[in-house]
Design a protein around this ligand. Structure first.
Ligand code: PLP
Length: 409
């Protein structure tokens, strides 16, 4: 028997909080009873410029009056402009647009397979292998969830798409051993797909030395290195792209979430060597539509115009300091904090006696929205426009939530 519906006619695919948000402005959101919350979830790393941002409202309003949707059968000026803007600000040259992170990873997986068969010469009857990390998260479509190195997301949906192999993130020896085993019969590995910082898996930053070695091995074998920057990309780390934090350039990246600032968009950006998809091989009706691309262009423009990248670095340092101080004040509960820029995780100790979802719920009661990253990490992913006073307010709310949980225990 299915569990009783909690959301009327909407399918029960989410364990939702009984909270309905009806309005947002900047870093604040209001529920249906008029109560205000500091939003340190931002649609899970989506609302780059905050809620109801004026520049985004104006740009999308104008775009709606000019051209809302046309088919990819024709050239789309906004799409070409956004691709040019991404290329000008990154190491990539060309971009394919879609609508979400999972869909961007689907495009990357198809690209990897084409590279595997066409460039590496993997026999047609063999699935080109794609190496991904344990605890990774790449989305919920069948290939993206197969790429995701977390068995809990596979359960009930087997068989997974063939050809994925997993290893412990940041573990150079394990990666080298897996690569050697996969390649023993001859060329078999098409790509390595990694998040520069694992978001859903527990806010785990990539180790630059590990990533440098992966890059070296991919170059030696002619394997594509693809970064999933769906969560960390577009300024969240304090650099425009997560790969800049690592000092390692991938052959391709996937983007979504923050690129549209709240308007759905996904993208796969490639260097010339990975520019392999040809007419008819991949497509999306809505991908790169004028509204979504106008949103992406506005987000990129505003990041620059408002000097948001150095701001994110400063706010990230402050948030990390405030969280470390909080962790030190409650050292029996917390190990500390970790992350890059405005993607920070507060890490619970194994024997803390409280879980991340419990802490998120208690924080909500104090007027602060947060999101867990696994059972023992509470994640802050606020709009990039957040100010020091908001961060201090948020950490004070969190401290009250901690105290209320301790008092109940
Ligand atoms: N990749 C990463 C790193 C993500 O964090 C997510 C979503 O959380 C996805 C892919 C999937 O994105 P979407 O939910 O837009 O399909």
């Amino acid at each position: 028997m299915a569990s009783p519906p909690t959301t009327g006619p909407v399918m029960d695919t989410y364990a939702r909080f009984p909270l309905q948000l009806v309005r947002g402005r900047g870093v604040w959101v209001w529920d249906s009873s008029g109560r205000r919350y500091l939003d340190c979830v931002a649609g899970i790393a989506v609302n780059t410029l905050g809620h109801s941002d004026r520049s985004l409202r104006r740009a999308l309003g104008r775009q709606l009056g000019q051209l809302q949707h046309v088919s990819n059968l024709y050239r789309i000026a906004e799409q070409e402009q956004l691709a040019a803007a991404i290329a000008a600000k990154s190491c990539f040259e060309r971009v394919f647009f879609c609508n979400s992170g999972a869909e961007a990873n689907e495009a990357a997986i198809k690209l990897a397979r084409k590279h595997g068969h066409g460039v590496r010469g993997i026999p047609a009857e063999e699935p080109p292998l794609i190496i991904t990390a344990q605890a990774s998260f790449h989305g919920r479509t069948l290939a993206a969830v197969s790429a995701t190195g977390q068995p809990k997301y596979h359960q009930g949906f087997e068989p997974m798409v063939q050809g994925f192999r997993y290893f412990p993130f940041n573990d150079t020896a394990a990666f080298e051993a897996l690569l050697a085993a996969c390649e023993a019969p001859g060329p078999r590995v098409a790509a390595v797909l990694l998040e520069p910082l694992q978001g859903e898996g527990g806010v785990i930053p990539g180790d630059p030395a590990f990533f440098a070695r992966v890059r070296q091995l991919c170059d030696q074998h002619g394997i594509l290195l693809i970064f999933d920057e769906v969560q960390i990309g577009v300024g969240r780390s304090g650099r425009l792209w997560g790969y800049q934090q690592l000092g390692v350039e991938p052959d391709a990246i996937t983007l979504a979430k923050g690129l549209g600032g709240g308007f759905p968009i996904g993208a796969l950006a490639v260097k010339p060597a990975a520019d392999l998809l040809r007419p008819g091989e991949h497509a999306s009706t809505f991908g790169g539509n004028p509204m979504a691309c106008r949103a992406g262009l506005t987000v990129l423009e505003q990041l620059e115009r408002r000097a948001l990248l150095p701001h994110v670095s400063r706010m990230g340092e402050l948030l990390q300091q405030l969280l470390s101080e909080l962790a030190a004040r409650h050292s029996t509960l917390f190990e500390g904090s970790r992350g890059w820029g405005l993607l920070q995780g507060l890490v619970l100790r194994p024997g803390a006696g409280i879980t991340a979802p419990e802490l998120v719920k208690a924080a909500m009661a104090e007027g602060l929205l947060l999101v867990p990253a696994g059972p023992s990490v509470v994640r802050f992913v606020p709009p990039l426009v957040i100010q020091p006073r908001h961060l201090r307010h948020g950490v004070a709310c969190l401290e009250r939530a901690v105290q209320s949980l301790v008092a109940q225990a």
